[in-house]
Design a binder for this molecule. Sequence first.
Ligand SMILES: C[S@@+](CC[C@H](N)C(=O)[O-])C[C@H]1O[C@@H](n2cnc3c(N)ncnc32)[C@H](O)[C@@H]1O
Length: 234
Amino acid sequence: MQKQGELDDDDDTVCLGSSFFVDRNYELTTFTFGSHVLNLLCLRSASTDYDLTGQLVWPGAVLLNNYLSQHAEILEGCSVIELGSGVGITGILCSRFCQEVLLTDHNEEVLEIMKKNIELHSSSVLTAEKLEWGNCDHIIQILEKHPKGFDLILGADICFQQSSISHLFDTVKKLLQFNRSKCRFILAYVSRSKIMDTLVVNEAGQHGMQVNEVPGTRTTITNLEGVIFEITLK
Ligand SMILES: C[S@@+](CC[C@H](N)C(=O)[O-])C[C@H]1O[C@@H](n2cnc3c(N)ncnc32)[C@H](O)[C@@H]1O
């Protein structure tokens, strides 16, 4: 029996729910890509230990949006799915050119701010769904709602966690196979480690895909090297 004044190990454990750490002080921020100006709610910096990378705009999104704004013909009339959309900056730019754009992410908190940004742009072209890479149920549900599949899969700065890369390519493969004739994956890749550089190319190969660097897209972005890859089934 515990005597008065004695403490268990558990007694000094401070109980904080995960929401205690969530910063929701989103700021309306203006981004310009060529002649396209986008206003979006986002954080300016990451501030938690949780998987909330998607609350801010990453260099890969700037790279991809600059590329797409210069090559909008790629998007004209297309049906697009974006993986790991975060606040939605890439998909929202695409909605200006595409027939339909589905933004996806696995994080509930991120999906909430993404949906607010979709509301802000009130476009009938834009929708959002939860999609965890490698989750078969999620992808089946999405393809049931989009029986024609997608022309383009987009990803900006989504290769940063080694353990998720195989799952990412599982999902990409399902989407590419569903619309084999014309679907391709455009990935804005930002290099942060040599291990990841190799892993991405190897995983794509092991999933039966070829990775082609889009000529002229290799660039320095916030002191890192970025490049646009076009990835298709072999
Ligand atoms: C580094 S952020 C990039 C966000 C946005 N594309 C950009 O460039 O600003 C990575 C995004 O991928 C999402 N993500 C990470 N792992 C995921 C997974 N296993 N399934 C689905 N989304 C994931 C995160 O929630 C986050 O929104």
